[in-house]
Design a protein around this ligand. Sequence first.
Ligand code: SAH
Length: 214
Amino acid sequence: MEDSFQHKGLRKRLIESLRVKGITDGTVLDAMDRVPRHLFMDSSFIKFSYADQAFPIGAGQTISQPYTVAFQTSLLNILPREKVLEVGTGSGYQTAVLLELKLKVFTIERQHELFLKSQSLLTRLGYKPHFFYGDGYEGIPAYAPFDKILVTAGSPDIPHKLIEQLRPGGIMVIPVGGDSGQKMLKITKTAGGFVEKEEHGNFAFVPLLKGKAS
Ligand code: SAH
């Protein structure tokens, strides 16, 4: 569980490379600079941990590419202490970034193995999100409404239950599309309950699947 001088140095370089690629939100970059990404990967080979690429984390899933984490988080227009729902806990890396932004985080994962693993790791690192094992496509109605919703798997459509669980004025960032790629959508729910959509480029995520896996 070590975060060495070398890890910190490589992380600074990664953050600089994200800036060069067009991420301008300093608050998001600073939050990412505080999260030891190598601890969220099975093999802690640092050359993979601090390269700007996605990486397998078991159960056929991946930890998102750092650029994607920075890009999605920036699109959320985060304000401190907001209540955020993350769909797809995966490795827990994005969860940690959200917690470093001083948010109240609810995170849901459908793969039991990943749910247990990320819960144990985040807890050991001192991060305290609210963990849920279940189908994030359904959201978490008992804790709605959320100020922000972040979906970290590619969804075939815009889940209407997630729109329902967004507060008026809230924002959802979600990659929408099929296996050949998704468009990043920033969806704003207006005060009147209408939905405004903006497209923010093409991405490739693992699919958002319905139901729980054991
Ligand atoms: N945020 C993660 C990204 C993991 S990849 C990270 O930083 O590592 C996407 C994750 O979404 C996978 O772990 C996958 O199991 C999960 N997932 C897919 N469909 C889901 C659903 N309906 N509900 C909850 N999690 C889901």
